[in-house]
Design a protein around this ligand. Structure first.
Ligand code: CA
Length: 290
């Protein structure tokens, strides 16, 4: 792993953390001077970078550990909004305005996380997403979708996005989600996963709920571990199928429902409650039932 070096240009200048006014994604904004932020960056992993960042925002002390976000989006107003808003949230934001350029940069290894619009010139967002999944399977990609386009959201998750954000969106919420996904990436290198009273030890392959051991088959274990790694996130059946059963399987998606059923029964607490929530017409989410 390489040591992070940061350009000292405008994109990393620390903004006053006290400025919490939030611009509106829909408001017209002056187009940003294009290409201002070419980084020459060797790049350390997100986990290292975020190790001591916590939830601090803005301010110079986090500069060395700022996460690098690539925005692939052709609407200058949105790109400008994201640059201004996320800079003060502690991110280094760079942008690509078409699909081909976005894909090239996303695969360059210079970024920790990608925000991807699906409607792009040059190359479709879904094609870019598939290329990222092939080349950089661990890099989180969040898709930007228009309001009400449920099909886009499902297509994005199925193609390997970790999350979606619906336009218009708030920068504070987006920043919180970006941080959550970067933390999940960090957790993925840990050997114990915890959530909703359940503890999974990846080395001994043991599972406990409230201290009580639970015996799982290998497939159930992989499914639970994947859901815990992505706690709180909506996971489509296709995502779960690919993550647990692999690309080459030819089973139907209902195998996912069957195994979710097994897991729910085994994980149920005294009152019969399970931490696996059904998200109607999309898939499942691991977390406290809400
Ligand atoms: Ca677009």
């Amino acid at each position: 792993m390489q040591v992070a070096t940061r350009p000292t240009g405008a994109l990393v200048s620390g903004k006053d953390a006290g400025d919490d006014t939030e611009p509106d994604a829909q408001s017209p904004a002056a187009p940003d001077a294009a290409g201002g932020g070419e980084a020459d960056g060797a790049d350390a992993g997100a986990a290292d970078r975020l190790a001591d960042e916590g939830t601090k925002t803005g301010a110079g002390e986090a500069r060395r550990t700022r996460a690098r976000l690539l925005v692939i989006e052709d609407e200058p107003g949105i790109v400008d909004f994201l640059r201004r808003g996320l800079d003060s949230e502690g991110f280094v934001v760079e942008a690509a305005a078409d699909g081909r350029e976005g894909e090239r940069r996303a695969l360059s290894g210079e970024y920790d996380i990608v925000l991807l619009d699906l409607m792009l010139p040059g190359r479709s967002g879904l094609d870019v997403l598939r290329a990222i999944r092939r080349e950089r399977p661990r890099m989180p990609v969040i898709v930007l979708t228009a309001r009400g386009e449920l099909e886009d959201r499902v297509a994005g998750l199925d193609a390997g996005a970790v999350d979606y954000v619906v336009k218009p969106f708030s920068v504070a919420e987006l920043a919180a989600r970006l941080r959550a996904h970067l933390r999940a990436l960090e957790d993925a290198s840990s050997t114990t996963l915890r959530g909703a009273g359940i503890e999974v030890d990846l080395l001994t392959r043991t599972v406990r709920r409230e201290g009580r051991p639970i015996s799982l088959s290998m497939t159930e274990f992989e499914l639970l571990a994947y859901m815990l790694r992505n706690e709180g996130q909506v996971l489509s059946r296709e995502q779960l199928l690919r993550a647990v059963w692999g690309e080459e399987q030819d089973r139907g998606r209902n195998v996912v429902d069957v195994y979710i059923g097994y897991l729910r029964r085994k994980l149920a607490d005294q009152s019969g409650g399970s931490p696996i929530v059904t998200v109607r017409s999309v898939g499942y989410r691991f977390g406290e039932a809400g």
